[in-house]
Each structure stands twice: as structure tokens, then as C-alpha cells.
Design a protein around this ligand. Structure first.
Ligand SMILES: Nc1ncnc2c1ncn2[C@@H]1O[C@H](COP(=O)(O)OP(=O)(O)O)[C@@H](O)[C@H]1O
Ligand SMILES: [Mg+2]
Length: 459
């Protein structure tokens, strides 16, 4: 842009000048025709001097052979000029012609100069050759020479200014783009540093969120992702540690039983039987825990597939209550079913059985003798509601939010005594959620607990 601008300005200035020179030279060549034909050199010179002085120019008048008849500086009189412009005009191939000559150059005035702005020219002149004709015949030529050094120098200084501005702008563009680059690369650098740390196992890695743009959104997304991963990781280690602990307890019990038997000599058959019976119970407990753990792991890994069919809930509830009746009787607890109409839901029969069994089983186990477990089935809009209420001991308010957590038990001793693993409700919740449903617990300490299971009737 800078270069074309200089070119444009230059062309404009010079074109203007050439036009002015042409006008002057044409007028003068008209006036000079007669004195030239008459070889009235004095009159010729007077005319030429008048114009030359007025414009700060030099005028030469040439005869048809190129010999200088008059020179306003009287230096070249009598010599023959043979530069390009003069030759073209005298030979008749042009009416007028224009060229530039550097009078300060090493080759002297008559070395034609290209109008280059990149050379240091000391005295640039414009030379305008104009034919002088009389009656259709070429009687000579007029050479009009004006200094254009000033225009030339102005152009050079404009060029210099434009070039220096160009460098300033270039430097500014560089600085600004470096700044922008930094602004762009810094958050990306932070982010990749964060990712590197995360993949190196440093799950607490977070990146700084600066400003409000796509990068800060990205940083925020990264942070919430790493928070989740960290939480999951913690939950996982917590789970592994609780699971190991749960498995260790029956193992330790068995170890003691077996050791006691081993050091008995001779072994008392009655006691041995009793100990073996205890060990057998511990093994049952172990396998319950392991199978619950396997169920949970299966759900966690997304491996649990629901075998969806139409489930008639009243029938299902009835069946599970029947299964648990012996246990209820043993604990002196009554079970009531209130279900006026049958309600069907899409679901996995075995899994839903497991859900109902677990919740009623809890209700029986955590209710004291003489209590009642009331099972209700109803329909509310597009949802089936199963309510299992007991008149048991209830759950303290502070424990209520955690009862669906893995291994969470309000009363460890009681849970263990009744063969609980602390995994029942978390399996129940997972299955209900897999069915698109919800489970909720409400409890009043000392009065009882109500579990509400809410399942969608349409898939
Ligand atoms: N109906 C209920 N009444 C009182 N407490 C209950 C009831 N159901 C569950 N809980 C409490 O929630 C805990 C978790 O239940 P669950 O996951 O089934 O484990 P558990 O193997 O101990 O039965 C139980 O240990 C118990 O403290
Ligand atoms: Mg249970």
C-alpha cells in the first residue's frame, strides 16, 4: 500500500508538471516559428528568455538538424543535440516528448535518468521537446528544460515518511499480535499443564479461570470435570476401604474360631460343632457381602441390563410379602397390603422383586415386636407409587440423608445381628433409578419409617 501510494502521488505530481510544461512549450513554439524561419536570433532569444525567466527554466531552440540556434544560457549555441526526445521530434515520429535528466549525475546533464526514487539524484530536470512547424513543415524544435528536483525531493521525503510510518505500524502490529498470542496461548498452556497433571495422577489439579470468553468456559469445564473425577476417585477409595473392612470382620471372626479349635486338645465335639456353625454363618455373611458387591459393581460398570416386561405390581408385592411372612411372624410383626387396583409398570421382574424384598425386609428387621408394616400401592397420574411404612424405631434425622450410601448403617450392631450388609438400600436406589424412578425415605424417630417408591407407568 505504501509503495503504491508513493507511486500514485509521484505520478500525479509529475503529470501535472508535464502538462504545465507542455502548455508553455506549445505557446512558445507558436511564437518562435516566425523568428526561426527568418533566422532572427535576437528576437528568438528575447522571446525564449522571457519565458525561461518567468518559469525558472532554460529554453533551447534547435534547427531541423538539431543544431542549437539559441540557448537562454548561451552555453550550447552551435552544438548539435542528439538526445532521444529531440531526435524523435525532429524525425517527425512525435510532436512532443518528455524525459528526465540528472544534471548532477556523474555522466553530466545529458545522461538520461530513470525517475527512480531509490537513487540519490542531485539535480533532476524535466526535458520537454516540442516540434516547431510552419505551414505543415518542421522548421525546428524547442527544448524546454525545468528543474524538478524539488518535486523529486518532496516525493523522496514523503516516501521516507511513509516508510518510517510503515515500520512503526509494523512494530505496533507485531507487539499487538504478540500480546494477543500470549493471551491466547497462556490459557491453553495452563490447560494443558492441568491435563498433564491430571493424567499424571494429580487429581486436585485445577486451572485458573480468567475473564469471560471461550477459554474461561473451557477452564471452567475442565475444573468441574476434574472436581468430579476427584470426587469419584475419593468415593472409589472409600468404597474399597469400606468393602475391605466389611470382608475382614467375618474373616477375623472365623480365624479366632478356628484357632481356638486348633489349640484344643482333645477337641470337644459339642464345642466344635458350635464353632463350625458360627464359622458357617460367617461364610454366609461373606458371600452375601460379596454378592451384593458384585451387584453394585455390575450396576456401576453399566453392565446391568434390564430385562423389561410388563410388571403387575400388586401381584409382585403380594408375592414378596408371602416370601417374607415367615420372617415377619418370627419377629412378631404383621404385614398389611393395601392395593385396590392393579398397577402395571414396565420393568425387570427380578430386579423389582429385589427392591421390594429389600425394603420390606428392612421394615421387618428395624421394627420391634408387635409392630406393623403397611404396604400400599396407588397410582398418581403417570406414576405408580409403592409406600412401605413401618411402626419401627425410625431413623435419626442426621442419618436420613445417608441411608442410601454404601455400607451406611445407623446401628451397626443391629444391622449385623440381622444379617445386613449395609448395601441393600444403595442397590435398591440404583435399580429404582435404572427404571427411571425415585425412592425416598421419611422417618420420625420412635414412630416409624416410610419408604416411597415412585415408578413411571410408561417407559
Ligand atoms: N425401615 C427402617 N427403619 C429404620 N432404619 C432403617 C430402615 N431401613 C433402613 N434403615 C437403616 O438404614 C441402614 C441401611 O439399610 P440397608 O442398606 O438395607 O443396610 P442393612 O444391610 O443394614 O439392612 C440400615 O442399617 C438401617 O440403619
Ligand atoms: Mg437391608
Amino acid at each position: 500500500m505504501a509503495f503504491s501510494l508513493i507511486q500514485l502521488v509521484g505520478e500525479n505530481l509529475f503529470t501535472q508538471r508535464v502538462r504545465d510544461d507542455q502548455r508553455i512549450a506549445e505557446t512558445l513554439s507558436e511564437q518562435i516559428g516566425d523568428p526561426l524561419v527568418a533566422l532572427d536570433i535576437d528576437a528568438l532569444l528575447a522571446l525564449a528568455r522571457g519565458v525561461a525567466d518567468e518559469n525558472g527554466a532554460r529554453v533551447l531552440v534547435l534547427d531541423p538538424y538539431g543544431v542549437v540556434q539559441a540557448d537562454t544560457r548561451s552555453e550550447l549555441s552551435g552544438t548539435r543535440l542528439s538526445n532521444r526526445e529531440v531526435e524523435r521530434v525532429l524525425s517527425g515520429s512525435a510532436e512532443s516528448d518528455y524525459g528526465f535528466y540528472d544534471a548532477g549525475g556523474s555522466g553530466g546533464f545529458w545522461v538520461r535518468s530513470a525517475l527512480s526514487l531509490y537513487e540519490n539524484v542531485r539535480s533532476m530536470n524535466g526535458l520537454y521537446a516540442q516540434a516547431i512547424s510552419r505551414g505543415g513543415e518542421r522548421v525546428g524544435a524547442l527544448v524546454y528544460i525545468t528543474p524538478v528536483q524539488e518535486i523529486y525531493e518532496n516525493l523522496r521525503s514523503i516516501q521516507l515518511q511513509i516508510l518510517s510510518w510503515m515500520f512503526v505500524v509494523l512494530a505496533m502490529v507485531l507487539i499487538v499480535s504478540m500480546y494477543i498470542m500470549r493471551a491466547v496461548t497462556r490459557p491453553i498452556g495452563d490447560l494443558s499443564e492441568g491435563i498433564r497433571k491430571m493424567s499424571g495422577g494429580e487429581l486436585s489439579a485445577r486451572v485458573e479461570v480468567r475473564g469471560h470468553n471461550e477459554f474461561s468456559d473451557l477452564a471452567q469445564a475442565f475444573n468441574s470435570m476434574s472436581e468430579r473425577i476427584e470426587a469419584l476417585d475419593q468415593a472409589r477409595s472409600q468404597f474399597v476401604s469400606s468393602a475391605s473392612h466389611e470382608l475382614k470382620t467375618p474373616l477375623s471372626t472365623m480365624k479366632i474360631l478356628i484357632q481356638t479349635l486348633l489349640y484344643q486338645d482333645p477337641i470337644d465335639p459339642g464345642m466344635a460343632k458350635e464353632f463350625l456353625n458360627d464359622a458357617n454363618q460367617e461364610i454366609d455373611r461373606l458371600s452375601r457381602i460379596v454378592s451384593d458387591l458384585l451387584t453394585l459393581v455390575n450396576i456401576d460398570s453399566g453392565g446391568m441390563k434390564l430385562n423389561i416386561e410388563n410388571i403387575r405390581l400388586r401381584a409382585l408385592l403380594d408375592e414378596q410379602i408371602k416370601r417374607l411372612l415367615p420372617l415377619a411372624r418370627e419377629n412378631g410383626i404383621e404385614i398389611e397390603l393395601e392395593a385396590r387396583d392393579e398397577v402395571s409398570v414396565p420393568g425387570d421382574s427380578l430386579k423389582l422383586q429385589q427392591v421390594i424384598y429389600n425394603v420390606i425386609d428392612n421394615a421387618i428387621k428395624y421394627t420391634d415386636r408387635g409392630g406393623v408394616v403397611r404396604v400400599q400401592l396407588s397410582r398418581s397420574g403417570k406414576r405408580a407409587i409403592v409406600r412401605i411404612a413401618d411402626t419401627g424405631q425410625g431413623i435419626p434425622e442426621k442419618d436420613l440423608p445417608y441411608i442410601f450410601d454404601r455400607f451406611y448403617r445407623v446401628d451397626k450392631a443391629r444391622s449385623r445381628a440381622t444379617g445386613g450388609t449395609g448395601l441393600g438400600l444403595s442397590i435398591v436406589q440404583q435399580i429404582v433409578q435404572l427404571h427411571g424412578g425415585k425412592i425416598q425415605a421419611d422417618s420420625t424417630l420412635g414412630e416409624g419409617t416410610t419408604f416411597t417408591i415412585d415408578l413411571p407407568i410408561q417407559p
